[in-house]
Design a protein around this ligand. Structure first.
Ligand SMILES: [Zn+2]
Length: 282
């Protein structure tokens, strides 16, 4: 069974045709983890999960929402709304049987607002992230971790807070090199790959894609998760289109090709891994 372990079907990108997108996913017989980024999108993720058997939800506060800032993604521009992490609010959402993880949470130094004090900015993200780590620990749930342009800071921070213990969770949309992948694996984390692994190398920076594919080829398969991060990052075969969760098949196909196994094998392993990590999936 195909599982997209990270998508945002509740985002505005689907506001006109969410039902059609859901129907396409249902037709594939797949499972989805719809991930929240702040209060309202976490709540909407839970509502979707309550209304559809094949949907599960993750609730949390994304690091780009710890400060108000302009975000310019591939196809979308928006201004983030600053929010504080309301522990009790998220705790009550997470009690829902369909909520399988806490996140997405983490550190992101890609969108530092102009003129901001980087240290202060980072500290605030760490504070908000730590609250979510604590919630995940209290509820014995895995974390969905976002990290962008901040692997060094992330590794240091996690080493401080976990004090040698293993951390159940996933570093989602991994685009880094083997050095950091190894560190996350040592902490007990899974690694999630998106359509980014299907992209051709960037002309300006071909090495980063080569490094990423080395990770895909060599990391321990029992830590594999596949995801889309839809509506972002449509795989190469659909580049330029809005991404939809069923496109996760392209990610499985690419991993299979790189590791010399069948797409079905990868799909099965990824399903098995997801069910073990996200224990509330039925
Ligand atoms: Zn995401």
């Amino acid at each position: 069974m195909l599982i997209d372990t990270h998508c945002h079907l509740q985002f505005n990108a689907y506001k006109n045709d969410a039902e059609e997108v859901l129907a396409r996913c249902k037709e594939k017989g797949m499972l989805l983890n719809v991930v929240g980024a702040q209060r309202d999108t976490s709540l909407r993720a839970v509502e979707l999960a309550r209304n559809h058997d094949f949907i599960y939800a993750t609730v949390g506060l994304h690091p780009i929402h710890t400060h108000a800032t302009e975000v310019d993604e591939e196809e979308v521009k928006f201004k983030t709304r600053e929010e504080d992490f309301d522990y009790e609010f998220y705790k009550s959402l997470a009690a829902d049987p369909k909520v399988i993880a806490i996140g997405e949470c983490g550190l992101e130094l890609y969108h530092v607002p102009e003129g901001a004090d980087k240290e202060k900015f980072l500290q605030r993200q760490k504070d908000v992230f730590l609250k979510q780590i604590n919630l995940a620990r209290e509820l014995e749930m895995p974390l969905v971790i976002h990290v962008r342009d901040a692997h060094e800071e992330m590794v240091q921070f996690l080493d401080e807070v976990r004090k040698g213990s293993q951390l159940p969770g996933v570093v989602h949309c991994y685009t880094g090199n083997w050095h950091y992948a190894q560190k996350y694996l040592d902490m007990g984390l899974h690694i999630g790959f998106t359509g980014v692994i299907t992209f051709p190398p960037k002309k300006t920076d071909p090495k980063s894609q080569i490094d990423l594919l080395e990770v895909v080829k060599n990391y321990p398969i029992e830590r594999l998760l596949i995801e889309t991060d839809a509506p972002y990052l449509a795989p190469q075969a659909y580049r330029g289109q809005r991404c939809e969760p069923w496109m996760v098949e392209e990610v499985a196909k690419k991993i299979a090709e790189l590791r010399g196994v069948t797409t079905k094998e990868i799909t099965d392993i990824a399903e098995n891994n997801a069910r073990k990590l996200f224990r509330k999936i039925k």
